[in-house]
Design a protein around this ligand. Structure first.
Ligand code: PMP
Length: 316
């Protein structure tokens, strides 16, 4: 789907996955004017295909587009493009319980621009790929390292939107962490270097005496759809959940830590390394709160439990 600055997107078409043509001076290539989304299609036991809260992805893309001076598809156009892509790739959706189809909507400045400015033309496209677990550990606990030199985002920047450059910013720290055997990096705020922000591709929760806390959304962390859903699910299960500042000390003293995201679902954290200190949670196994929330979320996403919140969109 294409559109020019000040215009609206018009109908798109289905194409076989392959390279797309871009000018060397395209806005995305030179100035990083690009946003993406990530959501999953699940196959239910009875064969039906389910999406989890896709309108939330459409809304997040729209708010990111506003921040990056881009027009964006309407919610209806977004949903239509996602549904069309999923149904066209139905054969790639794994059987129930064996994985999912990851869907990647992408909005880019595709027009040519030489001086720093928004591109004159934009492209919205959606592609998809079957996926299994994000971390090789699966639901086994992951091991994180707290990064104290590099930051993912700063106040007033673009950390709160899903722009491509945010992911370029984490590559170095993530590559170094992985080369040392860690699963991923946990970032701190760039002002005080002591408040927990998030991991490269997921939000963070800490549990202390059965109370659940997660860093508040203040523009430097991504407002995860899984995060928002887990907050509601946990409250529905009777947990006290607080959104606010979480210090690195509170992180290290927690009973349990877990991460949430479309790709990682609910991933328990087995250990965190901060400076030269390594803290192990519980006995290094999956904590009971993470386990309970993982089961509640995945049963809902896969259509095993009833959809009381009206979060599931059935495609067939
Ligand atoms: N933070 C970052 C930086 C992410 O890339 C993601 C994945 N989209 C998340 C958090 C989790 O967001 P969601 O639950 O919407 O997938």
């Amino acid at each position: 789907m294409k559109c020019c600055q000040g215009d609206t997107f018009s109908d798109g078409e289905l194409q076989r996955f392959g390279n797309i043509e871009l000018s060397p001076s395209a806005g995305i290539l030179n100035y990083g004017q690009g946003l993406f989304e990530g959501l999953k299609a699940y196959r239910k036991q009875d064969g039906s295909i389910l999406l989890f809260r896709p309108e939330e992805n459409a809304l997040r893309l729209r708010s990111g587009a506003e921040r990056l001076c881009m027009p964006s598809p309407t919610i209806e156009q977004f949903l239509e493009a996602v549904k069309y892509t999923v149904l066209a790739n139905e054969r790639w959706i794994p059987p129930a319980g064996k994985g999912s189809l990851y869907i990647r909507p992408l909005l880019i400045g595709s027009g040519s621009v030489l001086g720093v400015a928004p591109a004159p033309e934009f492209t919205f496209l959606v592609y998809a790929s079957p996926v299994g677990n994000y971390f090789k550990e699966g639901l086994s606990p992951i091991n994180l390292i707290v990064e104290t030199n590099m930051h993912r985002a700063s106040p007033g920047g673009t950390g709160g939107v899903k722009t491509v450059g945010n992911y370029a910013a984490v590559l170095k720290a993530q590559t170094e962490a992985k080369s040392k055997g860690y699963s991923d990096v946990l970032y701190l705020d760039s002002v005080h270097n002591k408040y927990v922000e998030e991991v490269s591709s997921c939000n963070v929760f800490v549990v202390k005496q059965n109370k659940i806390c997660t860093p508040a959304i203040k523009g430097t962390i991504l407002p995860g759809i899984t995060r928002k859903s887990i907050i509601d699910i946990a409250r529905g299960l009777g947990f006290q959940v607080e959104e606010g500042a979480v210090t690195v000390d509170e992180l290290l003293e927690a009973d349990e830590v877990f991460c949430t995201g479309t790709a990682v679902v609910v991933s328990p954290v087995g250990s965190i390394t901060y400076l030269d200190q390594r803290v192990t949670y519980g006995k290094g196994g999956t904590g009971p709160v993470a386990q309970q929330l993982y089961s509640a979320l995945t049963s809902l996403q896969m259509g095993v439990t009833g959809d009381k919140m009206d979060w599931i969109v059935r495609l067939n």
